[in-house]
Write a protein that binds this ligand. Structure first.
Ligand code: PLP
Length: 405
């Protein structure tokens, strides 16, 4: 795969040299998308099983988003967050109708939603728990790239990146309720977890984890905060992943799929936890009607049970297809739920496979050296799943065998 970070600067041609270098990108410039397909500036097409990192929940450029943008962009872009706007009110109502939480704050990124959750929990601790402010989080967690959400995350190496680290987070192993119990002290205000750890490599906790955490946090008088930025909006099957265990969190954050490709995220909380006073929380783009109009269209689509039943059938086909590919190629099986799935490789060749797939016209993600992740649009078709598996299998087989030799 050719990469473009070394393209010459100053040539006058639009150049990546004018960008801050934050990642290594392949050379092609993406110009168009349609459903499960992404097209580059040379007219090559790619079957996209990453979809902007689980962002394009309805695929590339769906009509429902195009229409919502067209209508809202000709009506009202930004009245200012100091005024109500109709799409924000409608989306807040729609979201609270579908979960057991009562109020919403809209923002632009998952990290911003989690920052809001951390602030809300700290305020709640000041008001209700004698100034307690510590939040228990988990090793391997990913909660964002602001300073506080990096501190809340459990990514190896992050504590040394931008010192000093924001204090107030205590890490325990993911999936271990007893470790959470042992970590809670009089200083603790909340426990923050992802229902399934996404960036850590689709790590699924033991059954009953969220239910047991709910019971524990209620018994110990601290809040349960769920980061559903990756797992929410139908990604794992139900509209929100915690609904599979029938638990009610105190706070939930959403991002990625709620905007279907536009920057939208949300912080939701139970009524009695909503202790922000005017001035505590805000942001220029919060509740922006252009984004919330899209969020409303996306949420109405995904909240429809028939839509999610169809998605579940195709997700089962993907999971079964990956399982049998795994058996045939000597891989170690599949984990995850719904359309958040990972193929476990017997050796660290995920990066090689993802690069070879890209060259073959397939986008998959390698969050760990021994793991491939699949996050297609919820609208992906069965024949596209079959086409993806057919492209993937020989590449996996060769990568696994070549390192064996
Ligand atoms: N939380 C989880 C679980 C995520 O997966 C991510 C992004 O991958 C974030 C938070 C951060 O979201 P954003 O990149 O929109 O800030």
């Amino acid at each position: 795969m050719r990469t473009s970070n070394s393209r010459a600067a100053g040539s006058g041609v639009a150049s990546p040299a004018a960008l801050m270098e934050i990642t290594v990108r392949p050379e092609p410039v993406m110009v168009r998308g349609e459903g499960s397909w992404l097209f580059d500036d040379a007219g090559r097409r790619y079957l996209d099983f990453v979809q902007g990192w689980a962002v394009n929940s309805l695929g590339h450029a769906p009509a429902v988003i195009r229409d919502a943008l067209a209508v809202q962009s000709s009506r009202l872009l930004s009245p200012s967050p100091a005024f109500h706007n109709a799409p924000q009110l409608a989306l807040a109502t729609e979201l609270t109708r579908h979960c057991a939480l009562d109020r919403v704050f809209f923002c632009s990124s998952g990290a911003e939603a989690n920052e809001g959750a951390i602030k809300l929990a700290r305020k709640w601790g000041r008001v209700n728990r004698g100034g307690a402010c510590e939040i228990v989080t988990t090793h391997g967690a990913f909660h964002g790239r602001t300073l506080a959400t990096m501190a809340a995350s459990g990514k190896a190496g992050w504590d040394d990146l931008f010192p000093p680290v924001v204090p107030g987070f205590r890490k325990v192993p993911f999936g271990d309720v007893d470790a959470v119990d042992a970590a809670i002290t009089a200083d603790t205000v909340a426990v923050l977890v992802e229902p399934i750890q996404g960036e850590a490599g689709v790590v699924v906790p033991p059954p009953g984890y969220l239910r047991d955490l709910r019971a524990l946090t209620s018994r110990r008088g601290v809040l349960l905060l769920l980061d559903e930025i990756q797992t929410g909006m139908g990604r794992t099957g139900p509209l929100f992943a915690h609904q599979a265990e029938d638990v009610r969190p105190d706070v939930m954050t959403l991002g990625k799929g709620i905007g279907g490709g536009v920057p939208l995220a949300a912080l939701l909380a139970r009524e009695d936890v909503c202790c922000f006073a005017p001035g505590d929380q805000g942001g220029t783009f919060n509740g922006n009607p252009l984004m919330t109009a899209v969020g409303l269209a996306v949420t109405r689509t995904i909240a429809d049970e028939a839509f999610r039943e169809r998605a579940a059938r195709v997700a089962a086909r993907l999971s079964e297809g990956l399982e049998s590919l795994s058996r045939r190629t000597g891989c170690l099986g599949v984990r995850g739920a719904g359309f958040l799935l990972a193929l476990r490789l017997p050796r660290p060749v995920a990066g090689d496979i993802a690069r070879a797939c890209f060259d073959a016209g397939l986008v998959v993600n390698a969050p760990r050296p021994e793991l491939l992740r699949f996050m297609p649009a919820l609208t992906v078709r069965a024949d596209e799943v079959d086409a993806m598996l057919a492209l993937l299998e020989p590449i996996v087989a060769e990568a696994v065998a070549s390192r064996e030799a």
